[in-house]
Design a protein around this ligand. Structure first.
Ligand SMILES: [Zn+2]
Length: 335
């Protein structure tokens, strides 16, 4: 039996495709810069040299009349970011050969038009700068005052994080995944001197074993009702703060905190981008089978004080598990 072989691009062709569009994603509604420096002197590359007509039979837009040489040719490639590369291969009736050639032509002529010109690059503002410093907990120190729960920026102590008590004491559904469902809420303030420059809600879960940023809410509809589920966007301010609070070195054994975080993450989705969230919700969360959710939540019979509360929480947990499972299948290219 003849094995299907892929007519992949050579490294020279890939690099040529990237350089011809200055390493910018060719999807006109994306245009992400795909290359740049990363820490420890390496290169971050989120770009892909994608085939317009697939490299092997059965792939998207495969054309059996093309020769191997044509399939591997510069003319059959387009430079995209990773998410757009995935996008174009998910729907070949929407992303046709003609459309992809028009994206490529348009981006190449845009680059020609801007060639030798000054590009308007966004500059990091103060808030972004300060969030960058939070990625390494060593940049910050805990405030050593009895009545203040917070941290200050070592290089410039005018920047402070303060966590203050909140009046909201509702128990959220994910509390029931913890060993202890006691929940309390706080507001995290990022301050410059006395001015608050950013704030977000913090929740203390599992008898205060885990203090973490409250995930964002999104909504899905099925069986004639609207339901809430929880998510984050990678590299967002919420995630940076969540990781900061979690990674900050503590003088005690972290195993219970890690357990609580893992339980929480069973029902919290972490999307790459807002666009990916919209795409995933539209493609995979439009026809939810409520029986699947019931099956997943069967064992959670203890999640509330009365039958109505139990039903609501059980459903939230089931939905969270269902979406997480779907998302993992999507990320692993199973669906
Ligand atoms: Zn893109």
């Amino acid at each position: 039996m003849k094995k299907n072989k892929r007519d992949d691009f050579t490294e020279t062709i890939k690099l040529k495709l990237a350089k011809r569009v200055a390493f910018i994603c060719s999807n006109p509604s994306c245009q992400k810069l795909t290359i740049g420096p990363s820490t420890n002197n390496t290169i971050n590359n989120i770009g892909v040299a994608s085939h317009i007509c697939a490299a092997s039979p059965g792939g998207p837009r495969y054309n059996k009349n093309m020769t191997e040489k044509e399939r591997k040719d510069l003319n059959n490639g387009i430079w995209l970011c990773q998410s757009c590369a995935k996008l174009i291969d998910s729907d070949e009736t929407k992303y046709t050969v003609k459309l992809l050639h028009s994206w490529k032509d348009e981006m190449e002529s845009t680059i020609i038009y801007n060639f030798g010109e000054r590009i308007n690059l966004k500059k990091k503002n103060k808030l972004e700068y300060i969030f960058d410093t939070l990625r390494d907990t060593n940049n910050w120190e805990q405030i050593q005052e009895d009545n203040i729960d917070g941290y200050y920026f070592k290089e410039n102590p005018s920047y402070m994080i303060e966590i203050i008590d909140d009046d909201n004491h509702n128990t959220e559904f994910y509390s029931y995944l913890m060993t202890n469902k006691s929940t309390s809420y706080y507001t995290l303030l990022l301050k410059y001197n006395t001015t608050c420059i950013y704030s977000t809600q913090v929740v203390c879960l599992d008898s205060s074993r885990l203090k973490t940023v409250v995930p964002l809410s999104s909504f899905v509809h099925y069986d004639g009702h609207t339901y809430k589920y929880k998510y984050f966007i990678k590299n967002s301010k919420e995630i940076i703060l969540r990781d900061f609070l979690f990674n900050y070195k503590k003088g005690y054994d972290k195993s219970e905190e890690i357990y609580a975080m893992n339980r929480l993450n069973e029902v919290v989705i972490e999307y790459e981008t807002e666009e990916e969230k919209d795409y995933f919700e539209n493609k995979y969360l439009k026809n939810i089978n409520s029986q699947d959710i019931k099956d997943l939540s069967k064992e959670y019979t203890y999640v509330g004080g009365n039958p109505k509360e139990i039903k609501i929480n059980q459903n939230h947990i089931g939905l969270g598990l269902y979406i997480k499972n779907k998302y993992n299948l999507y990320k692993n290219n199973v669906i």
